[in-house]
Design a protein around this ligand. Structure first.
Ligand code: SAH
Length: 542
């Protein structure tokens, strides 16, 4: 009679986390082969099976014993904690079988029953530290040469893997984890979040949240798994380690607070590496932030000093490479100003230097150049452009103000109003992009009345237009809804219209559609401005 090997991973330790198949397999088996402590952990699932338990470092002889018993015709359960395929018994059992010329068709039956490995059970107690590309490294040099382990730590640290260290330390082996920390610190910030989980889902479970610099000040033992975050992992609410699902491909300038400097506008929830305001120190901060920010401040300070001294400033782009943060795409618009339409040569030179050969500058029909470049230090770029006098505009579904040039500034009476609108509302995030055209005289030669919202200054007062549809074959002008708005009422009125759209507009609903749907905005009744002729549907939409 052919025997059977059931290689069972019983998970972290609690019965709730053992699979149904593993529980059945115990019942099917005649004997159970395993490390003493593990046999004790599953005691409640053992009925009348014979127990063959051995010491910890006797895995090889345990595998040999199991194979021998199966060859004698027995159904043998070989147990591992976690998953038997992760530093467990399944590899060893197969090695013994291979040595003996085993073939699946003729030899004993082998079934490997998966279990929850420590990387998963421990991660679940820490929040979501694994999430992205991760690896496991066992620090035990019992079956692996230390040189190789060291090389793997080096590679994983360098490649920004989240790392779960198994077998981090024992009574005899204490150096390995110290070495691992030393290697990791060459590549990661000392503040990289680290979780130490001891006896997950067992009686003496212990979870410690620490960081790379301080991890060795805590108790680490044979029953601990050490999970080290990657450059994106952040600590939340003092006890959750969270690794975002991906690397932020894009930085966004915060769209809400245009009055803040662009480098202060980076959204922390989107870019955990963003600069911190002092009073917001308590917010989650990514592991690498402080180090990188310190580097950036140094870069800026050095540049400022050399400018004062009249030297050629060290190009900011080069100083960026000193930072070890990940590069992401930074996308934004630049213009010389809301009223000013003229770039200076110095501005364009600076822009060209910053964008370099790899970035992109796209000429758009909307009064700005769209810039897209890869950087690890967006705040260095944005503050440099700001110092050069550029107006920076966030990309996306935001309010953009498109003013005319007021006949080269000659018709200046209404300029303060558009500047106030830009200051208070420019860049505000909305259900869909919204363009507000502002023209300084009745000629409206910058096409303000074609936009979502149009404002025309005429005879000391303003005319207001709502709901233009600037694109497509069914494009139409905005509807004139009010003439002669008093200058002191203008900003409040426009703000109220935009706030209403922000509040009631559906996501992705452009303003003209919203106006048509709700029929009345701030008391202004909708009139259809769409062309009356029937148009053939166009293949790419109307
Ligand atoms: N096959 C097991 C790993 C065995 S190696 C698995 O897949 O999980 C032994 C190491 O696993 C321990 O040193 C510890 O690092 C880790 N480990 C196993 N069970 C654990 C638990 N319940 N809590 C924390 N770490 C555990």
């Amino acid at each position: 009679m052919k025997g059977k090997l059931l290689i069972i991973g019983f998970g972290p330790g609690s019965y709730d986390h053992i699979t149904e198949r593993a529980k059945q397999a115990f019942q099917e088996s005649d004997c159970i082969v395993g490390y003493k402590t593990y046999v004790e952990l599953i005691q409640g699932l053992i009925t009348d099976q014979k127990i063959i338990s051995t010491g910890m470092s006797e895995e090889v002889s345990r595998a040999q014993a199991a194979v021998k018993l199966a060859e004698e015709g027995q159904t043998v359960a070989v147990i591992s904690s976690g998953d038997a395929g992760v530093y467990g018994m399944s590899g060893l059992v197969y090695e013994v079988l291979v040595e003996r010329g085993w073939k699946e068709s003729t030899g004993v039956t082998v079934e490997v029953i998966p279990g929850i490995s420590a990387i998963n059970s421990c991660a679940s107690l820490l929040g979501a530290p694994v999430m992205h590309d991760a690896c496991t490294i066992s620090l035990s040099d019992h079956l692996t040469p230390w040189k190789l382990i060291e090389k793997r730590i080096q590679a994983a640290a360098e490649a920004d893997f989240v790392i779960a260290f198994y077998n981090p330390k024992s009574g005899r082996r204490t150096r390995q984890i110290v070495e691992a920390q030393r290697i990791l610190l060459q590549h990661r910030s000392p503040e990289t979040p680290v979780g130490l989980v001891k006896s997950a889902y067992r009686e003496r479970e212990e979870v410690i949240i620490t960081n790379l610099a301080e991890m060795l000040n805590h108790d680490i033992g044979m029953l601990t798994t050490v999970i080290v975050g990657n450059s994106q992992t952040f600590l939340y609410d003092d006890n959750k380690l969270i690794t975002p699902r991906g690397y932020q491909r894009k930085y966004t300038l915060n769209t809400e607070k245009q009055r803040l400097k662009p480098h202060e506008r980076l959204r922390k929830e989107n870019e955990p590496w963003a600069l911190q305001d002092e009073e917001e120190e308590a917010l989650p901060i990514a592991s690498t932030d402080k180090k990188a920010v310190a580097m950036d401040s140094l870069a800026l300070a050095t540049e400022a000093l050399s400018l004062v001294a009249g030297e050629q400033a060290e190009p900011v782009l080069e100083t960026q490479h000193r930072s070890n943060r990940m590069e992401s795409i930074l996308e934004f618009g630049v213009s010389p100003g809301i009223v000013n339409k003229k770039f200076t040569s110095k501005q364009l030179l600076t822009l060209a230097e910053i964008v370099g050969d790899d970035g992109e500058m796209e000429y758009t029909p909307h009064h700005y150049i769209k810039v897209s470049l890869s950087t690890a230090t967006p705040e260095v770029i944005t503050s440099r452009l700001e110092r050069e006098g550029f107006l920076l505009l966030p990309a996306g579904d935001v309010l953009q103000i498109k003013a005319c040039d007021f006949c080269d500034g000659e018709k200046h009476d209404s300029i303060p109003y558009v500047e106030q609108l830009q200051e208070e509302l420019g860049g505000m995030s909305l259900p869909k992009e919204l363009k507000l055209g502002f023209n300084g005289c009745g000629m409206a030669c910058y096409g303000g009345v074609q936009e979502d919202i149009g404002i025309v200054f005429r005879k000391g007062k303003f005319d207001l237009f709502l709901g233009g549809k600037p694109l497509s074959r069914t494009a139409h002008s905005a509807q004139p809804v009010m003439e002669g708005v008093e200058p002191e009422d203008l900003v409040n009125l426009v703000t109220a219209v935009i706030e209403e759209y922000k509040e009631k507009g559906h996501p992705n609903e452009r303003f003209f559609k919203f106006f048509k749907r709700v029929q009345s905005v701030q008391g202004f009744k909708h009139k259809d401005m769409a062309p009356v002729i029937e148009l053939e549907p166009a293949p790419c939409g109307d």
